[in-house]
Design a protein around this ligand. Sequence first.
Ligand SMILES: NC(=O)c1ccc[n+]([C@@H]2O[C@H](COP(=O)([O-])OP(=O)(O)OC[C@H]3O[C@@H](n4cnc5c(N)ncnc54)[C@H](O)[C@@H]3O)[C@@H](O)[C@H]2O)c1
Length: 394
Amino acid sequence: MQTKPVKTAVVGCGIISQVYLRNMTRLFTILDVVAVCDLVPELAQEAARKYGVPRVMTLEEILADPEIELVINLTAASAHYDVIRQLLLAGKHVYTEKTMTARLEQAQELVDIANEKGLYLAVAPDTALGASIQTARWAVDHGLIGEVTSCIVSINRDQNLNAERFRFLRSEGGSLPYDVGIYYIQALLCILGPVAQVTGFAAPAPARQRQFLFNKDDPEGWQIPGNNLVTGSLRFERGALGMLHFDGNTIGAECSTFRIYGTAGILELGDPNRFGDPVRLIKPESPPCDLPLTHGYNGSCVLDDATDFERGYGNRGIGVAELAWAIRKGRPNRLSKEMGLHGLEVLHGLDETARTGGVYTMTSTFTCPPLKAGIYSTMWGGGARADAELSLVD
Ligand SMILES: NC(=O)c1ccc[n+]([C@@H]2O[C@H](COP(=O)([O-])OP(=O)(O)OC[C@H]3O[C@@H](n4cnc5c(N)ncnc54)[C@H](O)[C@@H]3O)[C@@H](O)[C@H]2O)c1
């Protein structure tokens, strides 16, 4: 008997919703997208038309609709706490874009509400369920690099320049560590498990007096809140040590670094903001080689009419589908609220120790089982959607 699809609504019809909606309406049998919602009704109307979603609703209507089981929160991070809190209190399961909230105490409150009400709360980025990061997890779990000893991750952007285009980056949660560093943290958590301790140094973003690229006549200045440059160290529960470097105060030519070192080899990953970058294995006695990706969802677009933008953002939505299967199967979902809280606590610990000195000992923990391997999204030119989706079921 076919499993009943989960009736789902999307709140926030901005830039990233295009990728989610296209994938959620067409890639996964487990999702039934029944409504879209935005503070700007025209955006929701356009999304409904473009992706064939039957209803445009207000948030209040979604809260009151007993048929809607799961809501996808695609608002900016500064709005997450309010939106998620209302949804949980109304009894909805929630999948939210990163970060869960901009502040740790708010995230803890949401986790507590979800626990009290027995609701799922899943947290992006879902690139952690993509082919590259799952392949790295497989390689580590199967001992290809021996015991993991350490790791190093780094990303840079000109976040002030990005904030000219994406205004939400000027509000809480818009600094580079929160907006982009979280991809690196989530990937590390997925591959290496929970962190025991962190310590960091940090610097704020320079205040921006005016626009340079867009709306040059706009007199409004801004300063991205929080720390826009963080360097830090981690000690994982399993003993490995790690280095983080997130610099949003430099140029936008991204130099993504992601390496995991072990007693018997080194893994070099691409950008964890993507789904299918190569995973390179470096061993002492043979030339480095790219591992065949063991998992599906490598970001290649299986929908033939996607725009370049949608293609670039890959398989976003697999975390939603994995959550929907978890709901139907009554099992824990992988991108759990505990994992989302833990990633946010790493960022919080870096901020705290940058302010006060010393070392921050983590209070949260989580588990995240690997996805099943061996199911590919590219069979028969990508037509085997249900086959690929099998890897998300259990
Ligand atoms: N833009 C990207 O490249 C990108 C990539 C990955 C993840 N994300 C994440 O996705 C989220 C959204 O990003 P975006 O770029 O689409 O932002 P956006 O500003 O383009 O879209 C957000 C939308 O949410 C709506 N909104 C805000 N509060 C609302 C509320 N209370 N009720 C209904 N609608 C509301 C806004 O009107 C807006 O249309 C953020 O958390 C961001 O970090 C963005």
